[in-house]
Ligand binder design. Structure first.
Ligand code: NAP
Ligand code: F7E
Length: 337
């Protein structure tokens, strides 16, 4: 675990990450620290001191001690964000913090908007009149396309959001572009399609399936209960996607980029393949529950990342089958431990 609010030594590049305790924040921290950055992360106060993803980061004790610094704060509070910006003086800001669960956003729409949209303005305001030429990354999402009129979706495809989460992210996407156009801030939106990993939150479908399959295989669980198996998603591998975030901020010009694999698969295909990997027939174990079905589902989302490939030299490497396999194997290993 890094130090909290302690002395900040002078080093090469300095990054500030909101959402550092999340899936992407953890991979990005490893990437930036390997590149020699000093990394500062915003963390919320929680009743448990343990932060699983940060505690398990693949870092040496020296890297933890000298390159990772954690600061308490919350996207709901401007004054703390402003103090943090002032104290850390980052070169690059990666704004990943959000209420990121689409289903939850239907239950808590106002909270979702408050953290995601208003939280982004609060953070942008901290850097609006900053003397230092900082670079700002905002975590946009394919959910903004909602039920799109064209397929695949690229940077020019109109947004038609259908959830409170997607609406909040559409607002923060345009706010980020607004600070770029109006104040000359070097600000980029990464329109990322779904990306997964063994560090994915347990209530997102890929991790839920991988965990369920491993537990069923080991005889610890009998059934796996899911919602719609028909939705199609463009699923990539999270460590590759955080590399794209970094590349956006290293380019000469700030811009918006779609990051995706270009392949879409049904949730049902993920289920079938995950059970196949452990030699079981999914039909014997999967049941569906209408409570898991959302008031509105997005259409078939599949991304065209050709601009990112052309301009940033970024391309997704891990494909669907490889992703399912690595996630199921990680859960089996975790159970063995
Ligand atoms: P995640 O695992 O859910 O992590 C979200 C992070 O935001 C956590 O660190 C969380 O802190 C933090 N956070 C939540 N509310 C906060 C608040 N009020 N103040 C400060 N921090 C707060 O999300 P992820 O999968 O890493 O995704 C990273 C970002 O990309 C998110 O903005 C998400 O909406 C967006 N995105 C994700 C995907 C994807 O497929 N993963 C695709 C497109 C866009 P706690 O640990 O304290 O909860
Ligand atoms: O759902 C269906 C569900 O919750 C994927 C976030 O990172 O990616 C993520 O949002 C699909 C949906 O991810 C269950 O209806 C079926 O169609 O894993 P998910 P998401 O909603 O796509 C986007 C790009 C983001 O930006 C978000 O931050 O799977 N589904 N059964 C289920 N989903 C869940 N969670 N649980 C089920 O039991």
């Amino acid at each position: 675990m890094g130090r909290l609010n302690s002395l900040i030594p002078t080093m090469a590049k300095r990054a500030l990450i909101t959402g550092i305790t999340g899936q992407d924040g953890s991979y990005l921290t490893e990437l930036l620290i390997r590149k020699g950055y000093e990394v500062h992360g915003l963390v919320r106060r929680t009743s448990a001191v343990q932060r699983n993803r940060l505690d398990a980061l693949d870092l040496t004790p020296a890297q933890r001690e000298k390159q990772l610094f954690l600061h308490y704060g919350d996207l709901s509070e401007s004054s703390g964000l402003s103090r943090l910006a002032h104290r850390t003086q980052p070169d690059e800001v990666y704004h990943l913090g959000s209420q990121s669960h689409v289903q939850v956003s239907f239950e808590s729409p106002k909270y979702t908007f408050e953290i995601n949209a208003s939280g982004t303005v609060r953070l942008l305001e901290c850097f609006r009149d900053c003397n230092k030429p900082i670079r700002f990354y905002h975590a946009s999402t394919c959910e903004m396309y909602g039920r799109p009129e064209e397929s695949p979706q690229n940077e020019k495809t109109p947004f038609r959001p259908v959830s409170p989460y997607a609406c909040s992210k559409t607002a923060s996407h345009f706010l980020t572009a607004c600070y770029r156009e109006s104040y000359g801030l070097f600000a980029c939106n990464g329109i990322l399609f779904n990306h997964e990993s063994p560090r994915r939150g347990e209530n997102f479908v890929t991790r839920k399936i991988a965990r369920g399959v491993a537990a069923i295989k080991r005889g610890l669980q009998k059934k796996l209960t899911l919602g719609s198996l028909e939705t199609r998603k463009d699923w990539g591998y999270a460590p590759e996607y955080v590399e794209a975030m970094w590349r956006m901020l290293q380019h000469d010009k700030p811009d918006d980029y779609v990051i995706a694999t270009g392949e879409a698969h049904r949730v049902g295909e993920f289920v079938e393949m995950a059970f196949q990997i452990v030699g079981l027939d999914w039909r014997e174990f999967v049941e569906t529950d209408p409570a898991e079905v959302r008031p509105a589902e997005v259409g078939a989302l599949v991304g065209d990342a050709s601009k990112a490939e052309r301009v940033l030299g970024w391309r997704a490497q891990t494909r669907f089958q490889g992703l399912v396999k690595l996630m199921v194997e990680a859960e089996l290993q975790a159970l063995s431990r």
